[in-house]
Design a protein around this ligand. Structure first.
Ligand code: AMP
Ligand code: MG
Length: 408
């Protein structure tokens, strides 16, 4: 029979196919488990309800933020105690300066170790320290000797800083302009410096912004009671140093609620979910404001309280401890009323507190009723003042604020 001219010899094709089968047979055993893993991961992503997926979001950022705040809080406590014992001389430099720089160095070092590409907006810069070697060395000594007493936790933060010069460079890495693009951390190493000095309330504050939105917040308050249910008393703003039963760490992640836990010296303590108190009767409400009359108008807040029917005296305390206190239901309302038309609030003074209160069931706006806008740079340039209250009563509080302040 004549051969079909289009017919090609089958042998090479057969050889090629068998070779392919041989290769696949050799690799399949190692590929299969990986394929199964990938498939099961994809399956879990598509079938897991949203809530479960959310819980793992930002978990690493939250852990690092809390540990970094915890470690920096230890440094601030050492500065306070060593100042009163005379180890840190009051004549050399303000203990606030020492604590501020030291805490900022430790926090930035932990952030850069874990998230090297993130930007940082922090309050301090090291120019003063470069010009003052004795001050630099004093701070370096504290930074060098402060660590978490849990090896694994300290390891997560990357351990210590190499030397004093590296510490200065690290402090200067907090110079980002902020803005509404990308990941930006914001740090207030000691918020409430006057409170820190008087042994009252102060806070070590850290928040992560993503495209201008607060995603993670952590606030260490060494002088607040650990007990979330402890009522706010008028004397909370002074003589409240970190004795037994004091020191609390607040935190929140967007969409996952807010938490408080005792502030420890090593690994993180167990957390408890916190929420604002349901406020049914304004006459029982307590409101918080700054100790410093220059930071918030206290005569206007008294008028607002009276119009709202609030009968209790305001509770005055420094720092973002106010946000933490209302978030856990110890207080109810936080008013910050502008004392000047030109002052712009700093993002590091509000970012963590804003998220923690909102995640605890509150609403936070400025006096015009706008959400705080963290995406316009280092300050809240488009906002004026702060009103934080449980969601259910926020509009009532806002309308009285606007009436008293003449805001349209
Ligand atoms: P507080 O302890 O709540 O009174 O707030 C402390 C913060 O107030 C500090 O970290 C300062 O950044 C900020 N601050 C300084 N001057 C003013 C001002 N004129 N109005 C509002 N806040 C201010
Ligand atoms: Mg501050």
């Amino acid at each position: 029979m004549p051969r079909d001219p289009s017919h090609k010899p089958r042998l090479p094709l057969l050889l090629l196919t068998s070779l392919l089968i041989l290769i696949l047979a050799a690799f399949i055993p190692s590929i299969t488990p990986r394929l199964t893993l990938i498939l099961s991961h994809l399956r879990s992503q598509s079938t897991t309800p949203n809530l479960t997926k959310m819980t793992s979001l930002y978990s690493r950022e939250l852990e690092i933020a809390q540990l970094a705040v915890q470690r920096a809080s230890i440094l601030t406590k050492r500065v306070f105690h060593e100042t009163s014992k005379g180890t840190v001389s009051k004549d050399d430099a303000s203990p606030v300066t020492i604590g501020d720089f030291g805490a900022q160095a430790l926090i930035i070092s932990a952030l850069k170790h874990n998230f090297p590409h993130d930007e940082i907006v922090a309050e301090e810069e090291a120019t003063e320290l470069r010009a003052n070697p004795p001050l630099r060395d004093q701070i370096w000594e504290l930074v060098r000797t402060t660590s978490l007493d849990d090896v694994a936790a300290e390891g997560l933060l990357g351990g210590g800083i190499k030397d004093a010069d590296a510490m200065l460079d690290i402090i200067d890495q907090g110079n980002s302009k902020g803005g509404k693009v990308g990941r930006v951390w914001t740090i207030d190493p000691i918020d409430g410096t006057k409170g820190f000095l008087r042994g009252g309330q102060y806070a070590v504050c850290l928040a992560l912004l993503e495209d201008g939105d607060v995603k993670v917040g952590a606030i260490g308050c060494p002088n607040l009671p650990v007990d979330d249910a402890a009522p706010l008393t008028a004397d909370i703003g002074a003589n409240a140093t970190d004795d037994e039963g004091r020191g609390v760490l607040f935190s929140a992640v967007i969409g996952q609620g807010a938490t408080s836990r005792p502030l420890k010296a090593g690994a993180l303590a167990e957390g408890r979910s916190i929420s604002m108190k349901p406020l049914t009767d304004m006459s029982n409400a307590s409101f918080c404001e700054s100790v410093e009359a220059g930071h918030s108008n206290q005569s206007e807040s008294a008028q607002i309280a009276q119009k709202l029917g609030i009968t209790k005296q305001s509770v005055r305390m420094d720092s973002q401890a106010k946000y933490g206190s209302i978030a856990r239901g110890a207080g109810d309302i936080y008013l910050r009323l502008p004392t000047s038309k030109t002052y712009q609030e700093k993002i590091w003074d509000h970012a963590a507190g804003d998220l923690i209160v909102r995640e605890a069931g509150g609403q936070v706006t400025d006096i015009k009723g706008n959400r705080l806008n963290f995406g316009v740079g280092r300050t809240l340039a488009t906002n004026s003042g702060v009103i934080a209250a449980p969601k259910a009563v926020h509009s009532q509080v806002l309308s009285v604020v606007q009436e008293v302040l003449g805001v349209k």
